[in-house]
Every structure is written in structure tokens, then in C-alpha cells.
Design a protein around this ligand. Sequence first.
Ligand SMILES: [Zn+2]
Length: 167
Amino acid sequence: MPNSTHADDERYMRRAIALAEAGAATPGASPIGCVIVRDGTIIAEAHNAVDLLHDPTAHAEIVAMRQAGEALQCAEFRGATLYSTLQPCGMCSMASIWAKIGRIVYGAERHQVHRMYFEDRHFDTMDFIRDAFREDLAVRGGVLAEECAALYHRPDDDVPEAEQGNI
Ligand SMILES: [Zn+2]
């Protein structure tokens, strides 16, 4: 398992928050930020770019994983930690498993944000990770959770349906 302190986690999460804020300020992007770190170095960083790229898979984590693959010339990122400002969705959780990411650290928890950010009514995507064959995959949630949650619509916000990407 990669060595990482809680101070490191907060430092990298602050970078992910900055990326999320950049996403919020970019038409066609969304305020979800991700960095991938290995051996103390950021090897990829991205924000959600779904509407910007006309790509439904362009979640911050997927964009970052593509960058990491380019950087490492490899599709397996063993020993890397993926930081995301929001609990990863099912697609990104599964992609992290396939990418052999060593550790996932996320900020806002699902219950802190509007349901529009998740695809399933009841499944907790973290259960996918807990159920994975990858015994070595570690997860830590809730890092700078309040600061991350402030990037998103809250559970009781009245969000117009047109803005809700999951329905
Ligand atoms: Zn996702």
C-alpha cells in the first residue's frame, strides 16, 4: 500500500478542489476535480469535461486516468492514489479497479450532495470497491468533506431537471 499521510491527503485534495473550481468556471465542464499521485508526484490532474468534450465518460477521474496512461505509457497504475472531490460514481469506481489504482481518496460523501451526481438509487458505488477481487485497494472518504461538498448542490436543493444529468 502506498505510504501517505493525512497531511498529504489534504494537500492533494486541495489541488483537486482547485481543479474543481476551474471546472466550475469553464463552460461545458463541471466542478469535480481529480488528481492521481504516485511516489509523491502528481502524474495526472483533471476536472469533469463531459459537455466540453461531448463525451459522457469524461468524468474527472476518467480524464485523469487517460492522462496517467499517457504519462506512464501503461494502463496499470499500481501504487498510485486517486483523489477526487466527490465520491466516485460507479463508472469511475470500476475504472479505478481495472486501472489497479492502489488507493482512492475522496472528499464529499454521497449523502452530502444532491442525488443528481449518482446513477443508482440505492447502490453505494463504494460497495463495488469493497466487493472487488482487489484485496489491496484502499479507500478513504471524507477528506476536506465540507469544503468539497460546498462545490455541489446539496441534497435538498431544488435543481431544475434540465441540470440533472442522471435522469
Ligand atoms: Zn464518475
